[in-house]
Design a protein around this ligand. Structure first.
Ligand code: GFB
Length: 358
């Protein structure tokens, strides 16, 4: 085990440029500790699917602690199309990060799972003891089995080498710096992106599916505060669910209405029932968390949606939006001679296509 003089924590955050990573960056800067130094990595720093590149990273930073967020992630529709990639990429990333954490004597690793990994056929509410009790929902079995393996790896490293690797299981996360790509995104960033365009085009917000599925949504900033608590205080190898209370569970239609209200949409929402609903519900118990933190205050969902919408509007130009999806909408508009200036300013490829269309 590497002993760091003065007990300083060097905390490596894999996937540090994404939704949860950026929230941990914000919260850790607002609540700094003298003995903590955070290093936020992005996929530009190293391809964690590559064992040699991962080893070089650990060699370079010699972390004492790791918050492991890096993963192939995505919403229902992305999972349904890429279960094999989700399985293989996440297994490779997780094995490289955990094995190098062992080799470099990392004192603590916190990996991030998700409540979608729990069995689909189960009793509710779901709790931490049920993680391996049967197959996950077929829409995301690749991601789910790869993430379940982390819990198995954590116990194996602890049993054989005494390592202190643990994991947290958040419910659906949302907030600033999300992925707004309409094909790959989760539901809330997808709705925020579509509401932004509906506002611009004076149209209703199209909600995929029946709107009846139920979800517990945790705001990225609340999750970040809980990650810092786990880093500093949580000593178990067993995972812990990080979720809002069961009473805060809402339907997709209810959360879509909150997004529409935040944009003050005038044409309401429509349901596109040609699209899948996915898992009907994955109601999770946060009793274990509440036993540790009975007074933790979660941001009310409506307020968190408002803040997330304002962030997207103010950061639209640099938000993670897929170019192709953007082009098709605007290309149609451009061809109809609308919004030309916006087009040229934004997209190199757009310019080429413009030139092509002139
Ligand atoms: O966040 P989401 O994509 O994934 O939410 P899951 C899907 C639910 O939202 C479905 C509805 O019921 C969709 O029909 N929905 C409505 C939309 N409009 C939209 C939209 O514009 N985009 C999307 N994406 N959904 C994921 C797992 O499950 O949960 C992942 O597949 C991960 O692996 C994530 O665990 C947290 O909540 O169904």
């Amino acid at each position: 085990m590497t002993q760091i003089p003065g007990g300083r924590k060097i905390i490596l955050v894999t996937g540090g440029s994404g939704l949860v990573g950026q929230a941990i960056k914000k919260v850790s800067e607002e609540d700094p500790r003298d003995d903590e130094t955070f290093i936020f990595l992005s996929s530009n720093d190293a391809d964690l699917k590559d064992p040699n590149a991962t080893e070089k990273l650990f060699e370079k930073y010699r972390p004492t602690h790791v918050i492991h967020l890096a993963a192939m992630v995505g919403g229902l529709f992305h999972n349904m199309k890429h279960n094999l990639d989700f399985l293989r990429n996440n297994i490779l990333i997780n094995d490289n990060v955990l094995h190098n954490s062992y080799k470099f004597g990392v004192k603590k690793v916190i990996s991030c799972l998700s409540t979608c990994i729990f069995p689909d056929k189960t009793t509710y509410p779901i709790d931490e003891t049920m993680i391996h009790n049967g197959p996950p929902h077929p829409s995301n079995f690749g991601y789910s089995y790869a993430k379940r393996m982390i819990d198995v790896q954590n116990h194996a490293y602890h049993q054989q080498h005494g390592c202190h690797f643990t994991s947290v299981i958040p419910t659906n996360v949302f907030g600033a710096h999300d992925n707004y790509n309409l094909e790959d995104s989760h539901v809330i960033p997808g709705l925020i992106h579509k509401a932004y365009m509906a506002k611009k085009e004076g149209k209703p917000l199209s909600v995929y599916g029946s709107g009846t599925p139920l979800r517990q949504f945790i705001y990225s900033l609340d999750l970040a505060k809980l990650f810092l608590w786990v880093l500093r205080e949580y000593e178990e190898i067993d995972p812990i669910i990080l979720s809002v209370d069961e009473a805060s569970e809402v339907s997709i239609a209810q959360v879509a209405q909150m997004v529409a209200d935040a944009f003050q949409l005038e044409h309401g929402i429509t349901l596109d029932t040609t699209k899948a609903d996915g898992q009907h519900k994955k109601t999770a118990s946060n009793n274990k968390l509440r036993a540790y933190l009975p007074d933790f205050k979660f941001t009310p969902l409506k307020d968190a949606i408002e803040e997330s919408v304002q962030w997207f509007i103010q950061n639209y130009d640099k938000a993670h939006i897929s170019l192709l999806v953007e082009l098709s909408t605007d290309f149609k508009n451009m061809v109809m001679g609308y919004d030309r200036v916006h087009y040229f300013g934004q997209n190199v490829v757009g310019i080429i296509m413009c030139l092509f269309s002139l």
